[in-house]
Design a protein around this ligand. Structure first.
Ligand code: PBG
Length: 328
């Protein structure tokens, strides 16, 4: 029987090898970033209760993590510090013997080919858990800028390859760029959490880092999730102030915003698939409702398809494995 149908999209889906030939989205482990938490103390590898499979590491145990990283081929990390002391001004964040600064020196000495990005923020270091200096209950923008610049400089001095401010103060990229340049760090790039929403998907992270605000929320500095036009304003400001890489955060529920930023600007764009996304997949898998690795692979590919050049995810090592074994 002669068919009337000439155009058949199914033709290119006939076999696995053909489907691979015509794939539009191809991903590489080189663009994966693994976030982890380093804590004060010794002999600590403490599982984060709301993020099974993720740990708080003391520096002396980090070698275990780095062995796994090397095996997986993921060579970029995003470092978060969990200090043992906090104060109103988050002074542990820029101390040259702070937890992140010590971890950086250790990693750079022992694993020099691991590319180290640091989160620049105050919330893990302030007694009140907010991302800046308080004026009453309001986070004072301009006073916070001075501190953020100090934190970024202290990270660069300790060996950070790149800094990533996550606080959402206005003008922070300019303030950080200026202090880095004045101190000879002209080639330390800034990956800005440009488009960071105030999100309940950060819940498990705040357990991990002990950084939940003690009162109120972060809505007066992080973005309102009803908005996407505002994402363009934020990204544009950061580019003008010297940001090298833009980030959109969270991931999964924000892929429309990612596409918007990717189409609008000629800058590398990173997507942060955050703690809550990780924990939801873990929980669903534990209950037997979903196939964990299949869902992880699919969502990673979708994030790249939506425009991510870089993907920051607690599943980075598993995704590298899925790539290696040809599953995605
Ligand atoms: C620090 C920071 C947070 C995250 C990254 N940097 C927490 C927050 O803003 O409350 C969240 C990361 C995640 O949920 O995985 N400001």
């Amino acid at each position: 029987m002669k068919s009337e149908i000439i155009k058949r999209p199914r033709r290119l889906r006939t076999t696995d090898s053909l489907r691979k030939i015509v794939r539009e989205t191809k991903i590489s482990k080189d663009t994966l970033v693994y976030p982890f938490f380093v804590t004060e103390g010794f002999d600590i590898k403490e599982e984060i209760s709301t993020m099974p499979g993720q740990y708080r590491w003391s520096i002396d145990r980090l070698y275990e993590l780095f062995e796994r990283l090397y095996e997986s081929g993921v060579k970029t990390v995003l470092i978060f510090g969990v200090p043992d002391k906090k104060d109103e001004f988050g002074s542990g964040a820029w101390n040259e013997n702070g937890i992140v600064q010590k971890a950086l020196r250790y990693i750079k000495e022992n694993y020099s080919d691991i590319y180290c990005i640091t989160d620049v923020c105050m919330c893990e270091y302030t007694s009140h858990g907010h991302c800046g200096i308080l004026n009453g209950e309001y986070v004072d923008n301009d006073k916070t800028l001075e501190i953020l610049a100090k934190i970024a400089l202290s990270h660069a001095l300790a060996g950070a390859d790149m800094v990533a401010p996550s606080d959402m103060m206005d003008g922070r990229i300019g303030a950080i760029r200026k202090v880095l340049d004045e101190n000879g760090f002209i080639n330390v790039p800034i990956m800005s959490y440009s488009v960071k929403y105030s999100s309940s998907f950060y819940g498990p992270f705040r357990d991990a880092a002990g950084s939940a605000p003690s009162f109120g929320d972060r809505k007066s500095y992080q973005m309102d999730f009803h908005n996407s036009g505002e994402a363009i304003v934020e990204a544009e400001l950061d580019i003008n102030e010297g940001a090298d890489i833009l980030m959109v955060k969270p991931g999964m529920a924000y892929l429309d915003v990612l596409r918007l930023i990717k189409d609008k600007f000629n800058k590398p764009v990173a997507l942060y698939s955050v703690s809550g996304e990780y924990s939801m997949i873990k929980a669903g898998a534990k209950l037997g409702y979903i196939d964990e690795m299949a869902v992880v692979g699919e969502s990673a590919v979708c994030m790249y398809r939506a425009g991510a050049d870089i993907l920051i995810t607690y599943y980075a090592m598993e995704i590298a494995e899925l790539i290696k074994t040809g599953k995605i």
